[in-house]
Design a binder for this molecule. Structure first.
Ligand code: AP5
Length: 277
């Protein structure tokens, strides 16, 4: 048994050493900056009140996993910009801080998951589901595809911190990229860094509408957190940290998955060794 124990210890230290070396090389190769791309598939949702940082973090997740980023708010705003009948109805509801009907947003997400080629690498949902019926609709959609959700991440932040974030936000409508006059200013005033196009302020980004959006969040979306707590895939992040720290907290959640996978691989090898002897 002594020999086996030593062998197990030795193998563990080899695996840990290799893992550490791999991480160090990866950090060196990327300069520790850009999100490292991975071939893993991701299926996750970001839940959080207006201004929590869903739209700030989601593009990084998209880049890391080469998946699609579906933001129901952006989809609805695109309908508003095109002045479609849905857009005209949605604008009234959005400016009043209410929620567009469950059937409409469930239909929009279903359409994207079925037809958007980017979603083949998985998806990150931002602003959906926002009600328990939407969460049930998503589960039904995934069940019919023999898939499950891997993460429901809640961005937790006190309401009092959101006024400054929302009233200072600037948006590039075509891409959904968001900036902040103080916390994340564009290089040139009111201009998108990437395209050079003008930035705008959303019509619902004012203190009055925010109050209603927050009330809607607490009454209708908070129960969605409870829904995912019951499924075991819910995790919370402190969203009051600066954006880089929030991103690190998200990476820790993804790394937790890898650790679980490698410990089960390691466990498999080790248990085989133990079984043979
Ligand atoms: P939606 O567009 O989803 O708006 P929201 O949920 O209110 O969320 P926001 O986009 O305001 O916030 P965010 O968390 O993305 O914050 P961001 O990263 O930009 O929905 C709009 C409306 O559409 C809804 O009210 C509803 O009417 C309708 N709708 C949408 N989905 C629906 C659904 N499923 N069902 C029914 N109706 C639906 O950050 C905000 C600002 O803070 C930025 O300026 C950013 O630079 C800054 N910031 C971000 N992170 C940090 C940080 N860590 N520190 C400092 N500043 C930060």
């Amino acid at each position: 048994m002594g020999y086996l124990d030593d062998e197990v210890k030795h193998l563990r230290s080899v695996i840990e050493g290799l893992d550490g070396r791999l991480k160090a090389l990866e950090t060196k190769a990327t300069g520790g900056a850009a999100p490292k791309k991975t071939t893993e598939e991701i299926r996750m949702i970001l839940i959080g009140p207006p201004g929590a940082g869903k739209g700030t973090q989601a593009p990084k997740i998209k880049e890391k996993f080469s998946c699609c980023h579906l933001a129901t708010g952006d989809m609805l705003r695109s309908q508003v910009a095109k002045k479609t009948p849905l857009g005209r109805e949605a604008k009234k509801i959005m400016d009043a801080g209410g929620l567009v009907s469950d059937d409409i947003v469930i239909g929009m997400i279903k359409e994207e998951l079925e037809n958007n080629a980017e979603c083949k690498g998985g998806f990150i949902l931002d602003g959906f589901p926002r009600t328990v019926p939407q969460a049930e609709g998503l589960d039904a959609m995934l069940r019919s595809r023999n898939q499950t959700l891997q993460h429901a991440v809640e961005l937790q932040i006190d309401d009092a911190l959101l006024v400054a974030r929302i009233t200072g936000r600037l948006v590039h409508p075509a891409s959904g990229r968001s900036y902040h006059t103080i916390f994340n200013p564009p290089k040139k005033d009111m201009t998108d860094d990437v395209t050079g196009e003008p930035l705008i302020q959303r019509s619902d980004d004012n203190a009055e509408a925010l109050k209603k959006r927050l009330a809607t969040y607490h009454s209708q979306t908070a129960p969605v957190v409870g829904y995912y707590k019951n499924t075991g895939i819910w995790k919370a992040i402190d969203a009051s940290q600066e954006p880089g720290q929030v991103w690190k907290s998200l990476l820790a959640i993804f790394d937790g998955d890898k650790a679980k996978a490698s410990s089960s691989i390691g466990g498999g090898i080790l248990s085989k060794i133990a079984h043979r002897s």
